[in-house]
Design a protein around this ligand. Structure first.
Ligand SMILES: N[C@@H](CCC[C@H](N)C(=O)O)C(=O)O
Length: 269
């Protein structure tokens, strides 16, 4: 059985998008996701995205990290799927409904409301005035933010100097985070500009992370470091983030289709 796919990216955070709205796909096992995502032997991507029918939305978007794990949210994939759908659209995810609409600079996504603590982290550690009681080198005073998926954000003088490929996996797998976590290191440039690098749970260093940009922006806003509209510069390019009076986050940025193709299901099942 040959399966069609669309290869897409948002600022270099890349996806294989499988459309199961009209024709259901066989269930995707973690080994199948890992094989598809493999950059040497598969198609290659950071996340595999599966679109399924949904009674209340244009589709249900299911998100699988490169390591095979299914997760709740993906900002860049939301813009990519929003671009595929074209019109303003409602997309159901494992963390709830999001809304996308075409915009002059790409796709704008209403990402919903942030939460600054959650069950996976003791409240005391989520307070941004406290240092983590752990030996995470120069990283301290984290803010824990859930924007559909879990993030921890560290503000440092120079985020390019942080050895994120080494410390990122340590924090991702720290016993403090039983669900594991996305790790953001950010530097404030001025009241409307943030530089950000992200170690993504289940995918490692990526060129951009949309939910990471949202989490970092609201963490910086909550600390009073920036205004309520910021540009977050990631290695792959900028995202524009606002946090409205209604407590909702809007993310705006580009989405790109790279190519389309088909693959033989049996090679990846
Ligand atoms: N790249 C994504 C986030 C994908 C999921 C994340 N790695 C997680 O495990 O929560 C984005 O653009 O938000």
């Amino acid at each position: 059985m040959r399966i069609p796919f669309v290869k897409m990216h948002g600022l270099g955070n890349d996806f294989i998008v499988l459309d199961a709205r009209a024709t259901p796909l066989p269930p995707l096992s973690p080994p199948s996701v890992r094989a598809l995502a493999d950059r040497n032997e598969g198609i290659g991507c950071d996340q595999v995205i599966v679109l399924e029918p949904d009674a209340d939305a244009a589709c249900r978007m299911r998100i699988y990290n490169q390591d095979g794990g299914e997760v709740e949210a993906c900002g860049n994939a939301s813009r990519a799927v929003g671009m595929l759908l074209g019109e303003p659209a409602r997309i159901m995810t494992n963390s709830g409904m999001i809304n996308t609409r075409p915009d002059d600079s790409g796709i704008a996504v209403d990402m919903g409301e942030p939460r600054f603590e959650w069950d996976a982290i003791p409240l005391a550690y989520a307070m941004d005035t406290l240092a983590m009681p752990l030996g995470w080198e120069e990283l301290e005073q984290p803010t824990a933010v859930n924007v559909g998926n879990p993030h921890v954000v560290f503000f440092v003088e120079d985020n390019d100097a942080v050895l994120l490929d080494q410390i990122g996996p340590q924090i991702e797998h720290d016993e403090l985070f039983p669900e594991r976590i996305n790790v953001n290191v950010a530097s404030i440039e001025d009241r409307s500009t943030i530089r950000l690098r992200v170690w993504e749970r289940g995918a490692g260093l990526t060129r951009a992370c949309g939910t990471g940009a949202c989490a970092t922006a609201v963490a910086a806003m909550r600390r009073g470091l920036v205004d309520r509209e910021v540009t977050v510069h990631l290695p792959g390019g900028p995202l524009f983030i606002t946090w409205g009076e209604d407590n909702r986050i809007t993310m705006t940025g580009p989405a790109t289709e790279s190519f389309r193709g088909t693959f033989e299901w049996g090679d990846y099942a």
